[in-house]
Ligand binder design. Sequence first.
Ligand code: NDP
Length: 505
Amino acid sequence: MADRPRLTTTAGAPVADNNNAKTVGRHGPVLLEDYQLIEKLAHQNRERIPERVVHAKGWGAYGTFTVTEDITRYTRAAIFSQVGKQTEMLARFSTVAGEQGAADAERDVRGFSLKFYTEEGNWDIVGNNTPVFFVADPYKFPDFIHTQKRHPRTNMRSATAMWDFWSLCPESLHQVTILMSDRGIPTAPMFMNGYGSHTFSFWNSNDERFWVKFHFKTKQGHRHFTNREAEQVIAKSRESYQEELYSTIERGEYPKWDLFVQIMPEGEEGDFEQKTGWSAFDLTKVWPHGMYPLIKVGEMELNKNPDNYFVHIEQSAFNPSNVVPGIGFSPDRMLQGRLFSYPDAHRYRIGTHYDALEPNKPRCPVFHYHQGGEMPFGLRTNPDAYYEPNSFNGPVEDPSVKEPPHRYAGEVNRYDYRAEADHFSQPKALFNLFDDAQKERLFHNIAEAMNGIPQFIEDRQLALFDQVEPAYGAGVRQALAKVKSESDSEKQTSISTSHSASAAE
Ligand code: NDP
């Protein structure tokens, strides 16, 4: 044992034997006083924490963000204060629907979550590899997720539920088109873009506010699997993303993304809506690049694998509510809903003091007055200043970081603006970007995903594709006919094989 550390219990007492239970006689029963064994078994029972309801399967790494362009005219955020400035960060990528053991190379949206450890607190982007989402209102989120998860009776995923929901929800068309396009199965996390997706805001040192969208563009290029390629990968490995991200970083080939922003001065959102028919705060819509060009900001590089997956990636907790002075929110309804949901999920999943855990711990000083709770190991209390205001040198507020007021106005109501919105032009613009081969793969991917659902749901969804572009609906119809006849002839073959097998018996 010369230069190796001595094995101890969690209370630090040295362990003499880690192999033999304490028994009465050579084969006799085990004594309850073998507290070391009890501690070991009890810890094993507690090795898992509740998995995330969504984004359970993930892969991540630490890295660095470097500012390459000056954007201080838009934001006073410390992370962007100087060209050349570097900030440590953590990234976690994920699939949305699958459980923790799910295969990596499945057709699904990918989570793209980032935490920047700035000197004025953690700034998180909790985005996806798509610039938009399926729904634009938080009321719809739990229902949408139910359609992606297992059917309560069969305990299987349900294509019927997915297409029933999507076909009743035309705002989802844009995201469905992206999901079913080539970009629906990236080959590994470094070959996809990331988007903040929501509209956020920047505010500068003159208290001027700008609406902002964040785009992280892969420097490795886009790479995707077709359905058939993905099936082959999954047949060999369910961990293909983990393998590729981990080994690439271990080899020192650090993946990189360029950060761009789109900027809309506060007040221009009304004009935008008038001109385009889209709300600047609708998560199912992008801001066209032609109207709001991409502005380069910096570069992100992932360069360090965590030394313990559970500690750094499973316990990592990203919140869209983690903003810092210079960065704020927008009226985007989904964003507002997520400002509640994410910290709530982490308090449930990891505990009250989840922000004191290693991957979530700010790298700047933290002083607050929260007390107690389970495992308050992150609390740094001044023994006499445990309330506010106090006369004992407790932390005090800093008015210099006060955010300028938002200019929201209007009557409180439950507005259904989406009933009149144009949900077709943006998927159409995307559809028209695809070449013929990309379109064929889109039709085929949709047909495979729709095959077997009730006819009335299929018809309702096809009518939506027709509204995007007649060629879109026609292409899916044709692909569906092909996929259906292939699966019919597969069924025929298996029936005749089983008949001839039973005849032979
Ligand atoms: P642009 O021609 O300026 O941009 C097209 C965008 O589409 C590029 O960002 C490109 O990403 C992206 N793209 C290409 N193929 C796919 C795909 N299969 N899935 C998702 N994105 C893809 O057009 P506009 O800004 O006028 O937008 C036209 C359409 O492009 C939109 O309706 C939207 O569907 C899509 N789009 C727009 C974005 C935006 O913020 N404006 C962002 C992403 C997509 P890349 O540069 O990485 O190749």
